[in-house]
Design a protein around this ligand. Sequence first.
Ligand code: SF4
Length: 63
Amino acid sequence: MAKKLRIDEDECIGCESCVELCPAAFQMSADGDKAIVVDENCTDDCVEESIDTCPVTCIFFEE
Ligand code: SF4
């Protein structure tokens, strides 16, 4: 089964880096405090870039 893209929302500091890098996969939550995954199956290269640049390394793939 394909891995699912996830954000650990307890760790996210809402820096918006992933949203800027990869809006196809990430958006800010309604209250703007955290990023949320909007396409858990996104395979764009910018997903890996977002994982690598998240300052608190809270973006990951779940088996
Ligand atoms: S890059 Fe990381 S800390 Fe910043 S908004 Fe995205 S998930 Fe949250």
